[in-house]
Design a protein around this ligand. Sequence first.
Ligand code: B12
Ligand code: SF4
Length: 461
Amino acid sequence: MPVMPVGACMIAETAQKAGHEVRLLDLMFEQSPLKSVEEALKGFKPDVVGFSIRNIDNNDMQSPSFYIRELLPIVETVRRKTQANIILGGAAVSVMPEALLRYTGATLAVTGDGETVFIGLLERLSGNRSLTDLPGLAWMEEDKFRSNAQDPSTEGCQCWCPDFYRWIDVGAYIKRLATVPLQTKLGCSFKCIYCTYRKIEGSKYRLSDPQEAVEAIIGLASRGLRHIEFVDNVFNSPYDHALSICELLAKKRHGASLQSLELNPLFIDDILITAMERAGFSGIGITVESASEEVLSGLGKGFSAEHIYKAAEVIKRHKIPCLWIFMTGGPNETRETLTETLKFAENYIRPQDVAFFGSGIRLYPGTGLESLARQQGVLSLTPQDMLEPVFYISPTIEYGWMQKMIRDYMGRHMNFINTDSIGFSILLPIHRLGHKFGLRPPLWKHTRFIRRSLRFFGMDV
Ligand code: B12
Ligand code: SF4
């Protein structure tokens, strides 16, 4: 599913509001990105070219795709055609700023809350002022990486949406069943050992006003953008914030269909799920990762297997479709713990719901998992060499056996999927065809039907 470039649109809109002349080139559907860039630069001489880089790779250990390789010729084209300062931004850059600066040879990188930093940067560039004390900026100086940390706790969180129609071809996304991203908070206070999200948004919650979130949803729906997805790191933490948003939404006739794939089992109860149903949620995702106590504690999830079983009981009492997300091969994973997780999925997940199994965990520099992998002797790459995808599998389990077990369960349960399923090339035409025939997001609700139909045509994914 193509993801609408909300960050890029926010940056463009903020810069325009600050009085700059801005153009946004969305390369998502361009057949020939280099030509499109050259075309866009004809007769336009920008002082600054910002790149919004969302994904480093596809996070898929089985069939890894390293997207940054495709970025390089684009950056080179811009460098060849303009004198502009090249600025990198986006989630990928906050995750690995040094590696990306080195890889692309770009002048500067913006980390953290892009809109604030970028406007400050433009002001300084136009006034020829020094950049080196601007919080949130990173750059290379004589082959040394320099950065000014931004203190995320000093910035608030506003829940706002850019005017997508102004910046991108919205129809092209909608036709491919994309959802419209909306963020109601920043930060996460959990400490999962593999996670980079705190690096992007900080470890302290910054909450938007729930009323603002409701107004944003009403505004989007009134402009035909009805399939809205909350892109918070965790939607239901803090619990009261999520509950307030849902309760306020339930009182309004907004016409939107809502989704969040980032629910923490620790905060799932009947009150919240009822409120979500009343608010207009058409699907939810619970990121449980594992149903084994040992693995959950190895991952530092901050909840226990008991919470997962309780969450499953709650879900059973409701109608809302649910996607359960698992991450296998983490610290302490063994044949027994994986079997425990698969048995949980078999016995506790309703057949109409979906279970997704990822295998292996993407390793990022600066995480607890990186240190653990080094201690266990399974990682020897330097942090900069970790830009190309590298994954962790616990030495206590064999990858091949794990894959086979998951596939065995998938053979028995048509509502189970793995990374091969979501990376399957035929999914793209299915999205478009589905939309033509009136299907609306989320597509995962139709997993059983899709898998059965594909199997009928000899494609077992
Ligand atoms: C929600 C989410 C999803 C949802 C998206 C739903 C939707 N409709 O948008 C779903 C579940 C579908 C998803 C899927 C995937 N995701 Co995801 N996702 C996120 C998450 C949690 C939030 C993204 C978001 O929308 N943030 C809100 C917006 C406003 O922020 P933003 O885009 O980052 O923009 C801000 C800054 O980055 C900056 N900025 C952005 N552009 C620019 C440009 C310039 C010039 C400047 C200066 C600044 C700047 O300013 C903006 C405002 O502050 C992030 C983690 C995170 N906390 O960021 C991961 C994250 C982006 N995802 C990631 C990945 C890997 C994926 C998948 C590949 C996973 C998979 N195997 O399927 C897919 C790819 C989907 C796709 N087509 O791109 C990675 C990307 C890094 C990496 N390892 O490659 C992240 C960072 C998580 C991680 N592992 O660290 N994702
Ligand atoms: S709860 Fe989610 S966002 Fe927070 S640290 Fe854990 S994995 Fe990261």
